[in-house]
Design a protein around this ligand. Structure first.
Ligand SMILES: [Zn+2]
Length: 298
């Protein structure tokens, strides 16, 4: 082997070794305020994006208190994805205090306005719209499109990939919607009433014809007082809720008490505002909730 070939060989070997590293470094750093948004970013971004969620698995975004490491994660990121609608206002405050200069996607900004229940006493943003947009796959599609456009904005070279991945995922959301509709269709009209810890499921209820009674109102910030609980108990006795559900990020004692005092069946756990446990993705979350409701109300 002559000297030149040897030299070339060395150059190729070095370049070859450097490639995977470079591909990794080139990934877009994204931060999502909570786990469900992070899943959407992962679905659309694929290998081009690395995303972290500030609120952890089973965490409660309504009452989240960011740590210094969360500010540091935002400061490093090129894309910040938040829900908006008053759900995670702390995330934008954190971005300001971290002097974040990257792109911001308010993923829930363009979802349909669904009025929060009049008796909700938590916050739901200034216009009182229900901020839990992901609880209806049709609204989740709005989030996905906003995230797709945000990624294209900061990484135009990835446009084709983001468009393809988003289109595939949107098709899966449509199939998910049809699947849930079919699963819940046989539930008799008089059984379509459920008690949950907080009002996360208004959009799910509208989409699939289930009435949800939330104990905490729209946010988990305020604990229900004795009067609220007594009112819910008498309402359940009168209207016969089919089941009472825990939430994966919620306080279980209140649900237990309601079940004991009303004799309503405990239907298990619904995933409201966070992934966690065996529920690793948004699609798994919706499937889990629909299956649990179908089982409890049949
Ligand atoms: Zn919530």
């Amino acid at each position: 082997m002559d000297r030149r070939a040897l030299l070339l060989g060395t150059v190729f070997a070095v370049a070859g070794a450097a490639l995977p590293l470079r591909a990794q470094d080139a990934r877009i750093e994204a931060v999502a305020s909570f786990t469900i948004l992070a899943d959407f970013v992962r679905e659309v971004g694929g290998d081009r994006v690395r995303v972290v969620s500030l609120v952890p698995d089973n965490g409660d975004a309504h009452v989240f208190e960011p740590k210094p490491s969360d500010a540091a994660a935002i400061a490093r990121a090129r894309l910040l994805v938040v829900n908006g609608l008053g759900f995670d206002a702390w995330a934008e405050r954190l971005a300001r205090s971290a002097r974040y200069s990257g792109a911001l996607v308010v993923a829930g900004r363009d979802v349909r306005r669904v009025e929060a229940k009049a008796d909700s006493h938590g916050h739901g943003g200034r216009d009182r719209t229900d901020p839990h947009g992901w609880q209806d796959p049709k609204d989740a599609a709005v989030y996905v499109r906003a995230i797709r456009d945000g990624l294209i904005g900061i990484d135009p070279a990835g446009r084709a990939e983001y468009e393809k991945r988003a289109a595939d995922y949107l098709a899966r959301l449509e199939a998910l919607d049809a699947e849930i509709r079919a699963l819940l269709a046989p539930i008799p009209a008089e059984r379509r009433r459920i008690v949950t810890a907080h009002d996360a499921f208004t959009r799910f209820g509208k989409a699939y014809g289930i009435e949800f009674i939330g104990l905490h109102g729209l946010s988990t910030e305020s604990a229900p007082n004795a009067k609220d609980v007594a009112a819910v108990i008498s309402r359940i006795r009168k209207e016969k809720a089919g089941a009472v559900f825990f939430e994966n990020m919620g306080d279980e004692r209140i649900v237990d008490r309601i079940a004991q005092e009303t004799g309503a069946r405990i239907g298990g756990t619904l995933y409201g505002d966070a992934l966690g446990g065996e529920v690793r993705s948004y699609i798994e979350l919706m499937r889990h909730n629909a299956a649990a409701i179908a089982r409890a109300l049949r």
